[in-house]
Design a protein around this ligand. Structure first.
Ligand SMILES: Nc1ncnc2c1ncn2[C@@H]1O[C@H](COP(=O)(O)OP(=O)(O)OP(=O)(O)O)[C@@H](O)[C@H]1O
Length: 259
């Protein structure tokens, strides 16, 4: 299921403003890649180009290519809605649909895709997705209750269950733990490590320890100056980035000297 991502010569714009310049990156399937860097360097902007969500903002556009298993997501023949199905996303704040039950939340993406499924298949998918998100045991007796009644950490795992229910190949996570307490954060980190056997995972995080704990590869982004675009400074094995990065800016950032 997991897919390889190849990004070539990617420039990302909001209208005339170039937010991110000249990204080249290869991401292996069944791996976790962390994006780190100071605020405003374009981590979230770049992440959103990997499932064509960037362009939903008026005036926003990209140049360059993003290939998944060799297919350019930005080719004319590609339907952006199909891309968003293939590349799931989990956001900073857990965002379950508040009036929907836990089970309906899990099925929400599947229903949006107009996939008809029998009641039995729906029940199986709910269980399988909640198990996949390590939430089943905590909610199996209250599947008909609203998703909004769960704790923040449970809601985030519910959102992950909703994302994996549509069987994506890639999972993008934009600071998925920033609104969570340390125990819930660890639960999500454990889950990320488990999901890696099935998915290609990319996570934006401000938390260096988290990047070090969950990722195989780490990409450091930086800004050359105010008004300048963000750039990928280096990407390498996480152990290398945190022990002997090639670039001075990376070392300064991970050792807390700026950002
Ligand atoms: N909707 C938008 N319209 C115009 N400019 C935007 C928009 N969203 C972000 N930007 C700009 O793009 C640049 C990159 O922002 P982005 O949020 O991607 O950075 P980031 O590295 O994810 O930051 P943070 O760590 O603070 O979340 C910033 O200069 C930001 O002001």
């Amino acid at each position: 299921m997991a897919q390889r991502i190849d990004v070539k010569d990617l420039n990302i714009y909001y209208g005339d403003f170039k937010a991110v310049a000249d990204v080249q990156m290869e991401i292996e399937p069944r791996s976790v890649t962390a994006f780190i860097g100071p605020s405003g360097c374009g981590k979230s902007t770049y992440l959103r180009t990997l499932n064509r969500m960037h362009e939903v903002i008026p005036g926003a556009r990209v140049e360059g290519t993003v290939e998944m298993d060799g297919v350019d997501l930005y080719a004319d023949s590609i339907d952006p809605v199909a891309v968003r199905r293939q590349v799931g996303m989990v956001f900073q704040r857990p965002n379950p649909f508040p009036t929907m039950s836990i089970a309906e939340n899990v099925l929400a993406g599947v229903r949006l895709n107009n996939r008809r499924i029998s009641k039995g298949d729906a029940q199986d998918l709910v269980e399988q997705s909640l198990r996949g998100a390590n939430l089943w045991n905590e909610v199996k007796d209250r599947l008909a209750r609203p998703g909004s009644g769960l704790s923040g950490g449970q809601q985030q795992r519910l959102c992950i269950a909703r994302a994996i229910a549509v069987k994506p190949q890639v999972l993008l996570m934009d600071e998925p733990c920033s609104a969570l307490d340390p125990i819930s954060t660890l639960a999500i980190e454990d889950l990320i490590s488990e999901l890696k056997s099935d998915y290609t995972i990319v996570i934006v995080t401000h938390n260096m320890q988290q990047a070090a704990r969950v990722s195989d590869r780490t990409a450091f982004f930086n800004l050359a100056g105010t008004g300048q675009p963000g750039r990928l400074v280096e990407i390498d094995d996480t152990a290398t980035i945190f022990s002997s990065p090639r670039e001075r800016a990376t070392e300064d950032y991970i050792s807390g000297r700026f950002g």
